[in-house]
Write a protein that binds this ligand. Structure first.
Ligand SMILES: O=c1ccn([C@@H]2O[C@H](COP(=O)(O)OP(=O)(O)O[C@H]3O[C@H](CO)[C@@H](O)[C@H](O)[C@H]3O)[C@@H](O)[C@H]2O)c(=O)[nH]1
Ligand SMILES: [Mn+2]
Length: 947
């Protein structure tokens, strides 16, 4: 989905939430957090009752502190953030809204305006200065310039009003956490999607799950669902191992305030800043847990082998000959219902029954402390809550000949299954390679869902952050410009687009409900609607009890009773349909009290709603849930919510909320953007074209969606601009007849304003100019390859109705990770996507060599004639440099090689040009070249030939 990208994993220190983590450990000192029950005061009784999450209490004081010099809080009373009841401590909002400081914002806006004017004047100048020598060049180049100006505007306009929102966890805590350690926070279902335990390394999925189980959220209101599209026992057993290890890992995290709570990344840390209260025990505990983790890892790594061995054991006992199925056996001696190691009928990938297995059941609602240290339990867990959240394994039924709709299908199946088991009002979606890096992330996201004006918020999108990216971020994997710039800016409109992972949803939105439209007659922009919507949650002391929640965000009964759509749209399961009216229930806790627990019947029903045929003749994938029949379900799913008038919010916290892995191999990377750009174009050519979206869409949000669904078209024009100026050295024709001073002045203004705007943007977004350049470099690389391919692919689909298919993005490193963590960066895997950029590079080198030769030859003597071409030449080669480095593979590690390679081609061409006389004379008539400045005219056959 991402049109642009940027690099450099720089750590930001100005984002709020867990600046928290910087707070010192409380050692009886009074704390500044303002929390009624505060362990920091040193009261042992209160401390043990308050929470096992010591770190959080320590952390609270600093949460939400902002020290970014680019942002300033929006005054109360402005922008609908009014708080009539005065600013008593109790009334503090759960998040604050900030805008960019005037010194930055005003020049930024003025420059955008100036550039717009300059661009317009430039195009007018270009139109009025025809190039009669090469009309086609003139026409095409003006079309190109028009497109560049237009797409720049599409990208820039939605950024006119960037907004920063800062969750205040202390206020959230105060409002929802009770002194006895229980909490009234709304329930949260976390969905993790996996599709292949080999390509998506199972250890990484296990780590994600462990980080979820250990996250700081009330355990009885938090359920983790893992969807396994491979249906393999390997995934299940890895989860079983994880849930066992979690009984040690999770209490350890709680006791010592561990960050991050994914064990792999935690133990990889060079230093372990201490957050808990038992400093002296910490070192021992940590050593012990580390040992256990290493053993856990070893077990995970040998699982595949163990399962095979177990199978051989069982299957040897059964008399069998060739062709008799060899089942896969679970540890308890029962046959696995999913995919078998020796695939056979009904037990192979894409052809197996649905499975729902509860690995960890609903925890008790009461706090349960662990045992004191003993020989069996070396960790003293007395005083630490040892409960674990519910954990469920789901593998939906797969049948051949049925379109399972990849991730979107998995998400919809999980949505239904989870409705039966926990039915939380909020759903967090994480890819299996993304783990929770900040234990406060869930709470931070919830702030935007329960705060003032939040009734109309459909989803909260977190930025995607990645690890394992090479330090110079050669292919702009970090995408910082897109996340920290574009998405944050959209928060000032209707909200960020949905980018597939790290996104918190409101369940009723997924079900196709409209947002509440209070005091608003007829269609209007949701921002306005939001101003009028008074949320009940924001009032101090008001808890989300069952009765009140019913009155709050669930839309009023429509003509279909509680349902926004006819009942049959949801599929044939009364049990599931019955959960819908309670879908905005505050918690599974309450739901459990009403009898929704993981009993046999419920699980049978959960299997039923994940059946392959369940969605037949229903609205799933259309009006409800994640959208089907596209290569990227994300943007369009969010779009369908926005056109209903829902808003979204952007939640960027530090330390990063979630961290995933990114493909650092050039080929993988190109395929990833090929898929995103194809998905974007698909939306443009579908009924979801943003030009026709409802009037609930904010005007500038619409512009943003037009941008995100059209950006790949840039490829067509960029191909022209990256080759024609270079060829013009050979043909003698440039896009303008005479590159006069005026031409260069315009070019100068247009480019320098772009640069200054970028500098300001980079400043408020908190990224670096280097990242901005990387972003530009990858933009050109992608345009010349993936975007171009996407345009061709989608046009083929639109014209010939041919389907597009994609493979899973591989997370498997192909190099030797031990020696060089970035080995994969230089593994060259050939793909036709590389052809165009390679051609472009050669055209430019040859073009500049010819120009050089002509100057040497005395053919060209006026600098202005050469300058235009040389400029574009440099522009192209500068941008394609990372690409060139990438395709040179291992040997290309030093930039020198690229330069030598370029220089070599350059010199050879120039020498050939000068020394082969027939290049000047062959090829037909001797033509007189238009000598623009009355200089020597050389007869060159080549000129005539190309005329
Ligand atoms: O049949 C499938 C295929 C994929 N997945 C899962 O979907 C997620 C994303 O798939 P992946 O191949 O990793 O795509 P990426 O290009 O890495 O993902 C980006 O792009 C996707 C499509 O836009 C979004 O869905 C993702 O969230 C976003 O991170 C992974 O967790 C997969 O396990 C399934 O559950 N079932
Ligand atoms: Mn992914």
């Amino acid at each position: 989905m991402a049109p642009a990208v940027a690099g450099g994993g720089r750590v930001r220190s100005n984002e709020p939430v867990a600046a928290a983590a910087a707070a010192p450990a409380a050692s009886g000192k009074p704390c500044v957090c303002g929390f009624q029950v505060c362990a920091c005061t040193g009261s042992a009784a209160v401390a043990s009752a308050a929470s096992s999450l010591d770190m959080d209490i320590v952390a609270m004081g600093q949460i939400g502190a902002v020290n970014d010099e680019s942002w300033v809080g929006v005054e109360l009373g402005e922008d609908g953030e009014t708080d009539e009841s005065g600013a008593a401590v109790d009334d503090r909002p759960v998040f604050r809204t900030e805008k960019i400081k005037g010194v930055l914002l005003h020049p930024y806006r003025v420059l955008i305006f100036v550039r717009l004017i300059a661009f317009t004047l430039f195009v007018i100048w270009r139109i009025s200065h025809k190039n009669p020598d090469a009309m086609w060049l003139w026409v095409t180049s003006i079309c190109g310039e028009f497109w560049f100006g237009f797409s720049w505007l599409l990208d820039q306009l939605p950024k006119l009003n960037p907004i920063n929102r800062v969750p205040d966890l202390a206020v959230l805590r105060q409002r929802f956490d009770r002194p006895d350690g229980t909490s009234t926070l709304p329930g949260l279902d976390i969905f993790v999607t996996t599709a292949d335990p080999i390509k998506e390394p199972i250890l990484s999925t296990a780590n994600s799950v462990l980080s979820i189980l250990a996250a700081d959220y009330p355990v009885d209101r938090n359920t983790c669902y893992v969807s396994d599209d491979s249906g393999m026992l390997l995934t299940y057993e890895a989860l079983a191992e994880s849930s066992k290890f979690a009984t040690l890992w999770v209490p350890f995290c709680r006791k010592h305030g561990i960050e991050p709570r994914g064990p792999e990344s935690y133990f990889e840390l060079k230093s372990h800043p201490y957050m808990g209260r038992a400093q002296d025990e910490f070192v021992n505990d940590r050593r012990r847990v580390r040992k256990e983790y290493d053993e856990f890892k070893a077990r995970i790594n040998s699982l595949e082998h163990d399962i095979k061995q177990r199978n051989d054991g069982y299957n040897a006992a059964i008399a069998h000959s060739q062709g008799v199925p060899r089942p896969t056996w679970m540890a308890d001696g029962t046959q696995w219902e999913g995919t078998w190691v020796d695939a056979s009928e009904n037990h192979r990938r894409g052809d197996h029954a649905g499975i729902v297995l509860v690995l960890l059941n609903h925890p008790s609602h009461r706090r349960q402390t662990g045992p004191p240290a003993s020989a069996d339990n070396p960790l003293d867990l007395s005083g630490v809550d040892v409960r674990l959240p519910m954990l469920v394994y789901v593998s939906r039924e797969k049948r051949p000949g049925h379109d399972h709709q990849k991730k979107a299908g998995a998400m919809n199946a999980l949505t239904r299954a989870s409705a039966l088991l926990s039915n939380s009002p909020f759903i967090l979606n994480l890819d299996c390679d993304h783990y929770i890096n900040n234990s406060q992330a869930l709470r931070a996201g919830i702030c935007f869902m329960v705060g003032r004006d939040s009734d109309t918020v459909a989803f909260v999108q977190f930025p995607q952050r990645f690890e394992g990216v090479d330090p110079t971020d050669l292919y702009a994997n970090h995408n910082r410009i897109f996340f920290d710039g574009t998405l944050r800016a959209l928060d000032g409109m209707q909200g960020p687009i949905y980018v597939g992972t790290g996104c918190l949803f409101r369940r009723i939105t997924v079900y196709g409900f409209d947002p509440p439209r209070i005091n608003v007659g007829g269609p209007c922009f949701p921002r306005l609607a939001g101003l009028f919507a008074k949320t009940k949650y924001e009032k101090p002391g008001l808890e989300m009890t069952t009765a009140k929640a019913k009155a709050a965000p669930v839309p009023a009964k429509g003509k279909h009773g509680f349902l926004p759509l006819p009942k049959k749209t949801y599929g044939k399961s009364d049990a599931f349909v019955d959960t819908i009216p309670r879908a905005s229930h505050p918690s599974p806790y309450a739901a459990a009290a009403e009898g929704i627990v993981a009993d046999e019947a419920t699980i049978v029903e959960a299997v039923n709603v994940t059946a392959a045929a369940f969605e037949k003749k229903t609205g799933w994938g259309k009006e409800i849930g994640w959208v089907y029949d596209t290569v990227t379900e994300d943007v369009v799913t969010g779009y369908r919510m926005h056109i209903k008038g829902w808003r979204s919010r952007y939640c960027s916290i530090y330390p990063h909320a979630f961290i995933g892995t990114a493909p650092i191999n050039l080929t993988e990377r190109l395929f990833q953007v090929l898929r995103w750009s194809t998905g974007s174009l698909e939306i443009f050519f579908s009924k979801n074209n943003p030009l026709f979206g409802s009037t609930y869409l904010h005007p500038l949000q619409r512009v943003a969606y037009i941008n995100i669904t059209t950006y790949p078209f840039t490829a067509i024009f960029l191909i022209f601009y990256t080759t024609v100026p270079a060829l013009s050295f050979v043909t003698g024709h440039f896009i303008v007849q005479r590159p006069t001073t005026m031409f260069y002045v315009y070019l100068g203004i247009v480019l320098s304003t772009l640069l200054v705007i970028a500098v300001l943007e980079v400043k408020w977004a908190g990224v670096t100019v280097f990242e901005w350049f990387r972003n530009g470099q990858f933009w050109m690389t992608a345009s010349c390859s993936a975007y171009l391919a996407a345009v061709c692919q989608v046009l083929t689909k639109v014209i010939f109705r041919r389907d597009i298919s994609f493979k899973l993005t591989s997370k498997l490193p192909s190099g030797d990770e031990k020696k060089d963590p970035y080995a994969d960066l230089y593994v060259v895997r050939w793909t036709p996507l590389m052809i165009t950029p390679i051609i472009i590079i050669f055209v430019n080198i040859i073009g500049s060599a010819v120009a050089f030769a002509k100057v040497l030859d005395g053919e060209w003597t006026h600098w202005l004639k050469v300058a235009g071409g040389v400029f574009f030449n440099f522009w192209v080669l500068f941008h394609l440099y990372p690409f060139a480095k990438g395709i040179l593979g291992k040997h290309g590690k030093t930039p020198v090689v690229v330069l030598v390679w370029w220089a070599f081609t350059f010199v050879i061409t120039a020498v050939l040009y000068i020394n082969i006389p027939h290049m000047h004379t062959s090829g037909g008539k001797h033509t007189t070249v238009h000598g623009h400045h009355g200089k020597k005219l050389v007869d060159t056959g080549l000129y005539g030939w190309l005329h």
